[in-house]
Ligand binder design. Structure first.
Ligand SMILES: [Zn+2]
Length: 497
């Protein structure tokens, strides 16, 4: 076999193992019976060992190294080899012993964090957190390159091409323009009909969420909608991209979770199907992924046009509950602004300010300006400064997110970046289609088409920055996001920035 044949043979095997493990983990999150846990772990252990053997097989590695020098490869294959080699190089830089020690630590850290959060006990989490940060700093040292140093190494893992100086510029814009506006927006008193605050029946919610899959043209022949504790999207190829939602008493919760996850899933469903058997399938980065989910969730589904079109159906589903609730009230309700301590419950306007707190902290942790033990103090100070509120406990403060216990430093900023990119994409899209009209005529498929042509089809073929430039004609520009938010909330709240 030549190098290419060798590589392709291993790729086939790797995908089969991955698919099997993926299915088991999907099942675990959605339907698996409780008592299967040990049995399942045994099978996962065997499969992941096999997958690891495939990935570290010397003839595979040799083939990748050789192919990365081969200029005659066609472009998509060249790109694939580039991505696979990058991953491989990173694995090779980290000594196996330390890598495993870190994984063992992380496998325990989640539980220690959960316990600490439950008991509002930051001190209980601190020694573990210090160890995780220590390991992460060591990993960063191993992974540093001529162009990537310190925290930038971590940022690049989740959003290739975005460095501290890029995020600094982005968050500076938010700090300057959005922080003062959000604070004055939060002072506006909003009241809503009492009927909206009552619990909404789950079965009826399910019916409406099914209806939404049709509205958005989420392809049910290539995906499913199930339930899980926390909503998520899990895709393995364009032909198999699944989502979950979670039904809560608050009517808004499942509706916007489902639409958010459909945004992620439609992205992956619309990647060029020829990439399914390659490493170019799926989304390119966390930021681009989040730009899709936020575009569907916020810019489409929280718009007045959307509810002008679908509120009747919702009222039909909840005849008694929504009889007295006007369309205008409902539109205001899905755009409610409230300063809260909890990121995952934040509204569209203030969401990125929660991220800014975490970004500031991570940056300081990795450039040595902040020690883990001082996290609660700094956290509370930043909340006071950006959102004007101070968490009363660490439970609703520094302990609220799972990310740091998973070692996922550098991940948070992509949430805010995604929101901001979605506004830039929306602006570019509006030059070629009348978005409001498409929404009002129940033709979201036109929006899907635009996104397919300009973003989705490429899968991992293009770097995030090149993708944004190609789709919008300019580099990432946070002003679209700030302008969009200010204009929207000036209108909804009747205020002036
Ligand atoms: Zn998301």
């Amino acid at each position: 076999m030549n190098h290419l044949e060798t590589y392709l043979a291993f790729r086939k095997k790797k995908q089969a193992y991955q698919y099997a493990m993926w299915l088991i983990s999907w099942d675990q999150e959605t339907e698996a019976p409780k008592n299967a846990i040990d049995y399942r772990s045994q099978q996962i252990e065997v499969l992941s060992t096999l997958a690891y053997e495939v990935e570290t097989d010397l003839s595979r590695i040799e083939a990748i190294d050789a192919l990365s020098q081969d200029q005659s490869l066609e472009d998509t294959l060249k790109r694939e080899i580039y991505l696979v080699k990058k991953e491989l190089d990173n694995i090779r830089k980290i000594p196996k012993k330390e890598f495993i020690e870190f994984q063992v630590l992380l496998s325990q850290a989640g539980q220690i964090w959960a316990e600490a959060r439950k008991n509002d006990d930051f001190e209980g989490f601190l020694p573990t957190l210090e160890k995780v940060i220590g390991f992460q700093k060591t990993m960063v040292k191993y992974l540093e390159t001529d162009t990537l140093k310190g925290y930038d190494v971590l940022l690049d893992m989740y959003e290739p091409g975005m460095k501290t100086k890029d995020y600094d510029q982005f968050f500076d814009t938010l700090r300057e323009k959005l922080v003062p506006f959000a604070k004055s927006a939060a002072k506006v008193k909003q009241t809503f009909p009492r009927a909206l605050k009552k619990p909404f029946d789950t079965e009826k919610q399910k019916a409406f969420n099914q209806y939404l899959t049709g509205v958005f043209n989420y392809n049910m022949d290539q995906g499913v909608l199930k339930e899980s504790a926390h909503p998520f999207t899990s895709g393995v190829a364009s032909v198999d991209t699944r989502i979950t939602t979670a039904y809560k008493p608050d009517l808004r919760s499942a509706i916007f979770s489902t639409i958010h996850e459909m945004g992620h899933a439609i992205y992956e469903q619309q990647v060029n199907p020829l990439y399914d058997e390659t490493e170019l399938k799926g989304g390119i980065s966390m930021g681009i992924h989040e730009s899709q989910s936020r575009l569907y969730e916020n810019m489409i589904a929280r718009s007045a046009s959307f509810w002008m079109t679908h509120y009747e159906k919702l009222q039909d589903t909840f005849k008694k509950e929504l009889k007295q609730v006007s369309l205008d009230d409902f539109i205001r309700y899905v755009n409610e602004v409230k300063l809260d301590f909890i990121r995952v419950e934040a509204d569209e306007l203030t969401y990125s300010l929660h991220i800014m707190v975490r970004y500031d902290i991570e940056k300081q942790l990795f450039n040595g300006k902040l020690k883990a033990k001082d996290l609660p103090k700094t956290w509370n100070k930043l909340y006071k400064s950006y959102l004007g509120i101070k968490p009363k406990t660490d439970q609703v403060g520094v302990l609220q997110d799972i990310h740091w216990s998973l070692g996922s430093f550098g991940y948070f900023p992509t949430y805010a970046l995604g929101s901001a990119i979605s506004a830039q994409l929306y602006h570019a899209m509006s030059k070629s289609i009348d978005i409001d009209q498409a929404i009002r005529q129940n033709e979201i498929v036109k929006i899907n088409e635009w996104l397919k042509t300009n973003i989705h089809q490429y899968g991992k073929l293009l770097e995030p920055k090149d993708l944004v430039f190609k789709a919008t004609g300019e580099a990432f520009n946070p002003n679209y996001y700030v302008d969009y938010l200010i204009k929207k909330y000036e209108h909804i709240l009747g205020i002036k920035a």
